[in-house]
Design a protein around this ligand. Structure first.
Ligand code: ATP
Ligand code: MG
Length: 657
């Protein structure tokens, strides 16, 4: 074991991984980029003036009086301003003569099942839905729970709520009745919008029975509005109304009223990777300002020529901000896909890229690692020459996955933007700019203009370059959460109590020698080995850089000698054999990449890893396994049988030398 060197302070988080690859922005892209390096200096000179200019991209019924009112930790942006979010996302594009422009190319999971919605179509549909919601008694400030598959009626419902000033709470369509019920109750929703079902892995998957079960316990729900998608049989309940009965007969005219910039827009519960989900509250003006600006800047969106596709589910914040609000505010043309990437075959995503000539693709590291595991030959079969920018979000992207994405999806010509943000931040906070940044694989690089993020030690002091610690945000930003719904105290305790006067997102990070930022995973997951704080991300990236490893998750397990020891769970690549000495091979590989301190005590080869429904690894459950405890709360797990598969592997664990 390696005790602390006397006289040196233990680092808040060790910096072990060295990465020297860099990718310059393509010259043509840089020359025509929406945002240049000047944006950083402009925002630094006057941050509020910078955000005012961003807010001026929107159409305001009344301009704001005060840009920011900051009573820490409660922020109000664009105070006194009035606007209608749905008008900004839809109507103003029609009024500008772009009614025939496609807003969404929608692709259902069953092949050949597709719909195209222009901005004029979207306007008519949103107006009808807004009229229907009004008839159902929904008005400004009311909460509407939305539990739907990825069909056009989902964004239409969200926009109808926004138009009326009703607050939507979208609950991911994979959640259980209990999860839906608790979210309906927490927000006290009076309407639930759902569908009979959606298509999932080649078959109709029912949603309505889950809603019936959930609302049986929630007397506050007055109506359940049901879209017919799959034609599955539905047990009609008294409060049910069909979308095709109630929405279709409405007028397609509806006059949007302006709302206050600080009126609530939506509640969205976090993914639940770490614990009980929090109802994050976002308001309209600041949120739309930052989602629209970042969507334009980070993806260099050219609304007249780009075809943009974000593969996230709209049930997560990525879908809210970068399928619905940001792209629509910018008048973009987007693709929405209902289903899974392997239905009916593992090339489905690339077939969609080819079909619609997608130019900007935004997806998650978990998907990229899965595609790597499936093999390079699958994307190689499709023409993806239309792509020009690739994005990543949701977890730290391992350098190996980044380079694979760049090469096999982006044909080595597309910049990859690794975008760090969370449900709470509402919009992208740290990311390269594709026409400016010489990006490093695995690094989120710099805070965007107008964002003051930093890395601090446990005393809250900024760490020098080369140091690791806690990510913080120093100043309020327009799309920040306003509170946790109904629980100001939890808002204060969770985000504003760790460091005086700073927002604490819960993530670890480091600054490299150039001052660029690398996200290192959640601080709750940091492993303390012989006095060294070691990030999960660095060890996992080292494991994934081994040619036999497809995915890896590591946790710190109690160890009598070192305090905690690193236990690794790995999924091997399709072609790799689980040889007798794979454990030794991988342990040595990590020690070589990161130094002996990071050498895992154990390597467990497993068939699957526990993930949330948004694809994030749930390390706390693996910690339970590694420490021989019974496994904790699995309600937010995508597949609850995975933990059994992993636990079965435990007796065969190959441990110590
Ligand atoms: P909960 O807060 O309930 O545990 P969650 O944190 O998984 O759920 P989200 O808001 O969807 O819910 O996820 C945000 C988190 O995802 C970030 O705090 C960070 O840990 C991780 N993350 C997102 N994007 C990146 C990225 N580009 N690099 C590194 N980490 C990322
Ligand atoms: Mg979180």
């Amino acid at each position: 074991m390696a005790p602390e060197t006397p006289g040196t302070e233990p680092q808040a988080l060790s910096n072990l991984l060295q990465e020297n690859r860099r990718f310059e922005p393509p010259a043509a892209l840089a020359a025509a980029a929406n945002v240049t390096a000047a944006a950083y200096t402009e925002a630094e000179a006057d941050r509020l003036a910078f955000w005012e200019r961003a807010a001026d991209r929107l159409t305001w019924a009344k301009r704001w009086d005060t840009t920011l009112e900051w009573n820490p930790p409660f922020a109000k942006w664009f105070v006194g301003g009035r606007l209608n979010i749905a008008y900004n996302c839809v109507d103003r594009h029609v009024e500008a003569g772009n009614g025939d422009k496609v807003a969404y190319f929608w692709e259902g999971e069953p092949e050949g099942d597709s719909r195209t919605l222009t901005y004029a179509d979207l306007q008519r549909e949103v107006n009808k839905a807004a009229n229907a919601l009004t008839e159902l008694g929904v008005g400004k400030g009311d909460r509407v729970a939305i539990y739907m598959p990825m069909i056009p009626e989902l964004p239409i419902s969200m926009l109808a709520c926004a138009r009326l000033g009703a607050i939507h709470s979208v609950v991911f369509g994979g959640f259980s009745a209990a999860a839906l019920q608790s979210r309906i109750e927490d927000a006290d929703a009076k309407l639930v919008i759902t569908a009979d079902g959606g298509y999932r892995r080649g078959a109709p998957s029912a949603l309505k029975p889950t809603v019936d079960e959930a609302v049986a316990q929630t007397p506050g729900v007055e109506h359940v509005l049901v879209v017919r998608r799959t034609g599955q049989e539905v047990a009609a309940q008294e409060r049910d109304v069909w979308w095709h009965d109630v929405v279709e007969r409405q007028s397609d005219q509806h006059e949007a009223q302006p709302h206050d910039a600080e009126d609530p827009l939506y509640i969205l519960y976090t993914s639940g990777t770490t614990g009980k989900p929090k109802g994050i509250l976002h308001t309209g003006g600041g949120y739309l300002t930052q989602t629209a600006w970042t969507h334009d800047a980070v993806f260099d969106l050219k609304p007249d020529s780009d075809i943009y596709w974000c593969t996230a589910d709209i049930g997560w914040v990525t879908g809210h901000s970068y399928i619905v609000y940001g792209p629509l505010a910018n008048g973009a043309t987007s693709v929405i896909y209902e289903g899974t990437p392997d239905t009916p075959h593992r090339g489905r995503f690339w077939e969609i890229v080819q079909k619609y000539k997608v130019t900007i693709l935004y997806t998650a590291p978990t998907a990229i690692r899965t595609f790597m595991k499936w093999g390079d030959d699958i994307p190689a079969k499709f023409d993806m020459s239309s792509l020009r920018i690739l994005g990543s979000v949701g977890e730290p992207i391992n350098p190996e996955a980044y380079v694979w994405y760049r090469e096999h999806i982006g044909g080595e010509r597309c910049p990859v933007v690794d975008t760090w943000w969370q449900t709470e931040t509402g919009a992208i906070m740290i990311s390269p700019l594709p026409g400016v940044t010489a990006a490093k694989p695995g690094a989120a690089m710099r805070p965007l203009p107008g964002i003051t993020a930093d890395v601090v030690d446990d005393q809250g002091n900024s760490v020098p370059n080369g140091g690791g610690g806690f990510l913080v945000v120093r100043d309020p930003w327009p799309s920040m959460l306003r509170t946790i719904w109904g629980d100001d105290q939890r808002y204060i305790d969770t985000y504003w109590s760790r460091f005086e006067g700073m927002y604490f997102p819960g993530d670890g990070a480091k600054k490299d020698e150039d001052g660029d930022l690398w996200l290192l995973g959640r601080v709750d997951d940091v492993m303390l080995v012989s006095g060294h704080n070691i990030s999960t991300t660095e060890v996992e990236s080292a494991l994934v850089s081994h040619p036999k490893v497809a995915e890896a998750a590591v946790v710190g397990a109690t160890d009598p000698v070192t305090g905690q020891a690193i236990v690794s769970f790995v999924i091997l690549r399709g072609s790799a054999e689980e040889g007798a000495d794979i454990a030794t091979e991988l342990r040595n590989h990590v020690a070589k990449a990161l130094g002996p301190i990071a050498k895992p005590r154990q390597i467990l080869v497993v068939p699957e890893l526990p993930k949330t429904r948004s694809g994030k690894i749930m390390r706390r459950l693996l910690r339970d396994v590694a420490e021989n405890r019974s496994v904790g709360d699995v309600t937010t797990l995508a597949d609850s049988t995975v933990m059994n598969l992993i636990s079965e592997k435990l007796p065969s664990a190959k441990s110590d030398d």
